[in-house]
Design a protein. Structure first.
Length: 238
């Protein structure tokens, strides 16, 4: 069970306002995609949810509990970074188990969780390889595996596919949708790619210049865009 609420969330950097009052509800097990052009504030918003950035104004709740002053390790979330954030000198097994080791999880429990994540992500044949011996798609699955082993209430993804080629991105979109089904987890997924948003989301949040332009299902946005920005952005994939 994991819900998220934002009430008038704001962020400014030294007087420059970049997030200008976001109100949003994320339901349990929903896959919500934040989409918008580069610089609109997607990463900033995600990092505030993760606790990696202070919140300048407003309130953030997870399962009804106010999170503004709670540290990142205590929010029950896991953020999936791009695959190049893997430790190059560690094997896949070590990369996936490392956060658990830091948290003093027993070796037996770590092995169980890594094996489970490897099964879900079809990484079993690669557990003893190092990231440099794997393809971009396989490395991205390891980055996701590092989040899965922590059993988070909410998964946060920041453009996880942006450095993969088009064919692999298509395949990973399908895999991520399957993962969402299998894990039955709440997920917030950031992308500037309209196709990713339209094919993966239960609910899309369209952002521009620190504000929400529209929230809706892919079909709602496609058939009933609230304004020309949404119509142009959703209707005209680059
Ligand atoms: P997106 O992820 O949608 O591309 P970001 O959230 O990274 O956008 O950035 C939103 C805006 O905030 C941009 O104008 C960016 O320049 C600004 N910004 C982001 N991080 C900082 C920072 N640490 N200091 C100052 N400005 C920042
Ligand atoms: Mg970003």
């Amino acid at each position: 069970m994991a819900t998220l609420q934002m009430r008038d969330i704001q962020k400014s950097y030294g007087g420059l306002s970049v997030i200008k009052g976001i109100d949003l509800e994320v339901a349990d097990r929903e896959l919500v995609v934040f989409v918008g052009p580069s610089g609109c504030g997607k990463s900033t918003l995600l990092r505030m949810i993760a606790g990696l950035e202070d919140i300048s104004g407003g309130d953030l709740y997870i399962d009804g509990k106010r999170m503004n002053e709670i540290g990142p390790a205590d929010r029950g979330l896991a953020m999936v970074f791009q695959s190049y954030a893997l430790y190059p000198h560690m094997t896949v097994r070590q990369n996936m188990g490392f956060a658990l080791k830091l948290a003093h999880v027993s070796r037996q429990e770590r092995e169980r969780k890594v094996a489970e994540a490897a099964r879900i992500l079809q990484l079993e044949p690669y557990l003893d390889r190092k990231p440099g011996q794997m393809s971009g798609g396989q490395r991205q699955r390891v980055a996701i595996g590092r989040a899965i082993v922590r059993n988070p209430k909410i998964f946060l993804f920041d453009e996880p596919l942006s450095n993969l080629d088009a064919a692999l991105r298509g395949q990973m979109r399908i895999e991520l949708a399957r993962l969402h089904e299998e894990l039955n987890a709440t997920m917030i997924y950031v992308t500037h790619d309209q196709i990713e948003a339209m094919t993966m989301a239960d609910k899309i949040v369209v952002l521009q210049a620190g504000r929400i332009e529209q929230v809706g299902t892919p079909l709602q946005l496609y058939h009933h865009p609230a304004n020309l920005f949404v119509a142009g952005f959703i209707g005209a994939p680059r």
